[in-house]
Design a protein around this ligand. Structure first.
Ligand code: BGC
Length: 466
């Protein structure tokens, strides 16, 4: 076991290290918000033009599109004021084949327009012009609620001709090429924002949205006066942090392991989204695989024999981590399926490796979330903050102990904050409708003024431009 420890020790982050990570992110949030520093900031802090969370008066019928994981979804959503409910009327999934994720933008958007067209046709909605919320889970520079420039692809996507372009325009052009239906006003939404907004109908103190799935990210309500890159003083705006990019300037190099470096090098976007690559579902399985390969090469596991599956990039899936940690029997079954000649000790070591790597992910997320809640508390000059985080993503939902580890660590790192975690049901779809509904709310403008507290935050001034 001592030999095993040697491999795992670099993944074990002490509470002090996590505090240090949180402090570094705290500085990076400021860089991202700064007027002059945001261009080069690794944590982009993107304004979303969502200025208010739901207040319960929203209503109507909406379409929602959801692109960001492996599937693309179309939804018809109804927001009911009386029942304070967001109802999913119908939805349809369209697979996005791997070639399309790496093909041209035109192919991708034509495919989206086709799926939407088929959905409208089969649900008799073609004659209506419904407002549309588009959950597009990639970093976008949002110029208005319906103008959103893709900064870069992340996760498995890399379609040509989309980076630097307005995604709403590309969608409209694709619909226009078909010419058989129309859509109403469009609201662009990141999945974190959708998640926050969908929980916000149920719990109006939900001011943070967090995703730990294929990718990872969070958004939160920031005071507009602190967002130096946009004009305005009053009220709050939801900021899409894009915390996946934390570390892209090398500031996390001291905690990266050789395995993280390898995962980054062999990814389709080397050098970017370093934090995401230590945390999210797209990468966790691969980190575990690389550790197991190294241990096997060093004759610590499987009698020194690497099976073909274990030797192949991407074949150790992140869902195996959840399953293996869930029970020894699962571990045995998966190791057999991977063609490995395992002993009982091997199976226990593999469980320990999985536990170490998923725990690191949970603790890093906790450090990042602690930074956000501490910031909200400081912004409002509160001794104690009570707030709600809307959460979604397969890693958070499916892993047996991830959420409890994360929650425990946040309590340690942000002791003056009392956080309720709400798992969002269908946040990307319902939340997109909610953003569209809030944007259309007549009382929106007056609420903006009520929310202003008019205090200055000197710290921002000091650090801005660094
Ligand atoms: C994207 C974010 C998204 C997150 C979770 C990241 O790769 O950059 O925009 O919110 O994945 O889906």
């Amino acid at each position: 076991w001592q030999c095993v420890e040697k491999y795992l020790q670099p993944f074990q982050l002490s509470p002090e290290t996590l505090q240090e990570v949180s402090a570094r992110l705290r500085k990076d949030l400021l860089r991202g918000l700064g007027k002059h520093s945001h261009h080069k900031a690794p944590v982009k802090m993107l304004p979303t033009f969502v200025r208010a969370t739901p207040d319960g008066t929203e209503k109507g019928d909406f379409l929602a599109l959801d692109l960001g994981g492996t599937n693309f979804r179309v939804l018809h959503v109804r927001v009911e004021e009386e029942a304070q409910k967001v109802l999913k009327m119908d939805s349809q999934i369209c697979a996005i084949p791997q070639e399309m994720m790496l093909g041209t933008g035109e192919q991708l958007f034509d495919h989206i327009a086709t799926c939407l067209g088929d959905f409208l046709e089969s649900h008799n909605l073609k004659g209506q012009t419904l407002p549309l919320g588009f959950t597009f889970s990639f970093p976008c520079e949002q110029l208005e609620i319906d103008k959103s420039i893709l900064i870069r692809w992340t996760k498995g996507f890399n379609c040509s001709g989309v980076e630097g372009k307005d995604v709403v325009q590309l969608l409209k052009e694709a619909i226009h090429r078909r010419g058989d239906y129309h859509i109403g006003s469009v609201a662009m939404v990141n999945d974190t924002v959708g998640t926050m907004m969908s929980c916000g109908y149920k719990d109006q103190s939900c001011e943070i949205g967090m995703i730990i799935g294929t990718g990872t990210n969070a958004c939160y309500m920031e005071e507009i006066k602190n967002v130096k890159r946009i004009e305005g003083e009053d009220g709050r705006m939801c900021i899409n942090t894009e915390w996946g990019g934390f570390g892209d300037d090398g500031c996390l190099d001291d905690i990266l392991t050789e395995f993280d470096v390898e995962v980054d090098k062999t990814s389709i976007n080397p050098g970017v989204h370093i934090f995401e690559k230590m945390i999210s579902g797209m990468y966790l399985g691969e980190i575990v695989r690389l550790v197991l390969v190294k241990m096997t090469k060093d004759k610590l596991l499987f009698k020194g024999q690497i099976s073909e599956a274990l030797g192949t990039r991407g074949l150790f899936e992140t869902k195996f981590i959840s399953e293996i940690e869930d029970g020894l029997e699962n571990a045995k079954k998966i190791l057999t399926e991977l063609g490995l000649d395992w002993s009982l000790v091997d199976a226990s070591v593999v469980r320990l490796v999985c536990d170490t790597i998923s725990s690191r992910s949970a603790y890093l997320c906790a450090a990042a979330l602690a930074t956000l809640v501490n910031r909200i508390r400081n912004n409002r000059k509160l001794g104690h903050l009570k707030t709600t985080v809307g959460v979604d993503g397969t890693v958070y939902r499916k892993h047996p102990t991830f959420s409890s580890k994360l929650q425990k660590a946040v309590r340690l790192l942000a002791p003056q904050c009392d956080i309720t975690f709400l798992v969002s049901e269908d946040g990307s779809g319902k939340g997109a409708a909610m953003v569209t509904a809030v944007a259309q709310r007549p009382a929106h403008q007056s609420r903006l003024l009520e929310e202003s507290d008019g205090e200055d935050n000197e710290e921002e001034e000091e650090e801005e431009g660094q």
